[in-house]
Design a protein around this ligand. Structure first.
Ligand code: DC
Length: 233
């Protein structure tokens, strides 16, 4: 069977990574989380003091320092899942903090940061047999991806899901803060000049507001059967 690129884009906290990981498993593909790279750059900027008092990134300085940032994924030998490394250090936990979530959108707006991340993604995608999630994978990074899915759900449902996830990880957060963060990210992601979040004309829409992961997987398996005549277990 010919290996493909499966691009999954959509709004924040729509469960893209859960869905993409489940697809990677059933297809025996590699899952790559493009948002982790933007989060890695943001964590670097936080650690190096590259934010102004008003919360905006010190753009020129960050661009100057992009060469100092080395981002890689390494497979966790126990879970088999990729973990994100920043300059040789495992930052998988730190890049998921609310502080990084709060600052990542303005960082991902910077065109030079997008070029930096895109270059890594394209390199990793060359081998095919990958499932990649993000905001611009089907529109900009892999416009020729064989399968494109655009995920969305009402902001309130996404906020509740994200809150449950944070609390289950022992990270304190309130519903109001999480909803506010999601709305801000939606706005920034959709309105930036370079590679804004939008549904590719050939992407299939998946509104999973009322769908379980199992139902989403049934939807995907039906899609693969109908479009590619691939029967998945
Ligand atoms: O998927 P995520 O929430 O981990 O992504 C973090 C941020 O990175 C998100 O606010 C938007 C940005 N992002 C992006 O601009 N383009 C991508 N391909 C992936 C993420």
């Amino acid at each position: 069977m010919k290996k493909m690129i499966i691009a999954i884009d959509g709004h924040s906290s729509t469960g893209k990574s859960t869905f993409a990981k489940a697809i990677a498993k059933v297809m025996s593909y590699t899952y790559l989380d493009s948002g982790a790279l933007y989060r890695g750059v943001t964590l670097y900027a936080l650690e190096e003091g590259l934010f102004c008092k008003n919360g905006r990134p010190r753009t020129r300085e960050l661009i100057r320092q992009l060469n100092n940032i080395q981002l890689t994924f390494r497979k966790d030998p126990v879970s088999g899942e990729n973990r994100t490394y920043l300059n040789g250090k495992d930052v998988e936990h730190n890049i998921r903090s609310l502080e990084v979530s709060d600052k990542v959108s303005p960082v991902s707006e910077i065109p030079e940061v997008r070029d930096f991340v895109d270059k890594l993604l394209v390199q990793w995608g060359e081998k095919k047999g990958i499932v990649m999630d993000g905001r611009d994978i089907g529109t900009a990074v892999f416009p020729k991806a064989e399968v494109k899915i655009f995920m969305t759900a009402p902001a309130e449902i996404r906020a509740q899901r994200r809150l449950d996830e944070l609390l289950s990880q022992g990270r304190p957060a309130t519903y109001e803060d999480v909803l506010d963060n999601i709305r801000k990210r939606d706005h920034i992601d959709s309105s930036r000049t370079k590679h804004p979040l939008k549904q590719a004309s050939d992407a299939l829409l998946l509104d999973n507001g009322n769908m379980s992961v199992e139902e989403q997987m049934d939807w995907f398996k039906k899609l693969m059967k109908e479009t590619w005549d691939i029967t998945l277990p």
